[in-house]
Design a protein around this ligand. Structure first.
Ligand code: HXC
Length: 257
């Protein structure tokens, strides 16, 4: 497939999606949404891929939804085109997705990072929801996912003031799982993605689905989901192989079935 706004590459079992609109600090227009989603869905459908990394440039992961594209739109345009709809399919991939964030992750950029399962940050990363400065509010999940990630009061401060927070603050808040020197970001993302991708796919899919469920439901309903997902894995080849490998004191050879 030919993409114009992203670079796509598979290295081993890891699929890489690099946002590539440097002239606009990787602002997310409709084409970027369609291309990132198509690339992620294609990786998701490929048994040869066990983890996806989404990254940007040194200066910007993504500086938000494309303001120039949105500026002239009306409310009915927004509803009629479901302007941010493609991102739902991105958020719905079964494969674990890592956001490797360097520089600005603002507005839709922060929201894209939060659609991923893990956020690794360079020490240069800056997160924020500055939409309030534009007379609007987050529109790709920011008001919902940021609260679940960092709690009501800190999310409220960021969304109401529009201020940015640095990587260390984002890690303390629980948005970022780890801060690394900017020069190590891609190596660290590679290591983490390779570790994840070496596991069995059925268990990765089940783990991600259970984590997603936890974000959306009560403890009781989530525990029922987990119990069923856990039981279902006992019909997979990978469960037999994983447990046999433990007993035989060797590395498992997962077949992703
Ligand atoms: C379109 C953008 C853009 C964006 C940057 N650019 N962000 N274009 N949409 N979100 C463009 C600039 O216009 C400029 O192009 C080029 O990228 C470089 O940006 P500069 O501003 O010159 O860079 P710098 O001075 O380093 O400042 C970096 C920055 C600033 C602090 C990140 O660009 C900025 O504040 N950007 C907007 C951040 C933002 O508000 N994001 C939220 C968007 S709304 P030209 O051609 O002029 O040189 C959103 C919510 C979606 O995401 C839901 C709403 C309904």
């Amino acid at each position: 497939t030919e993409y114009e706004t992203i670079l796509v590459e598979q290295r081993g079992r890891v699929g890489w999606i690099t946002l590539n609109r440097p002239q606009a600090l990787n602002a997310l227009n409709g084409q970027v949404a369609d291309e990132v989603t198509a690339a992620a869905v294609a990786f998701d459908e490929d048994d040869g891929v066990g983890a996806i990394v989404v990254t940007g440039s040194e200066k910007a992961f993504a500086a938000g939804a494309d303001i120039k594209e949105m500026e002239g739109m009306s409310a009915s345009d927004m509803f009629a085109t479901d302007h941010f709809g493609a991102w739902n399919d991105f958020a719905g991939v079964r494969t674990p997705v890592i956001a490797a964030v360097s520089g600005f992750a603002l507005g839709g950029g922060c929201e894209l990072a939060m659609m991923c399962d893990i956020i690794l940050a360079a020490d240069t990363a800056k997160f924020g929801q500055p939409e309030i400065n534009l007379g609007v509010i987050p529109g790709m999940g920011g008001t919902q996912r940021l609260i679940r990630a960092i709690g009501y009061y800190k999310a409220a401060e960021l969304i109401l003031s529009g201020r940015m927070m640095g990587a260390e603050e984002a890690e303390r808040a629980g948005l970022v799982s780890r801060v690394v020197p900017a020069s190590d970001l891609l190596d660290e993302a590679t290591k983490l993605a390779e570790t994840i991708a070496s596991k069995g796919l059925p268990s990765l899919y089940a783990a991600k689905a259970s984590l997603d469920t936890a974000m959306e439901t009560t403890l009781a309903a989530g525990l029922i989901h987990e119990k069923k997902a856990f039981a279902a894995l006992f019909d997979t080849e990978d469960q037999k192989e994983g447990m046999a490998a433990f007993r035989e004191k060797r590395e498992p050879n997962f077949t992703h079935r």
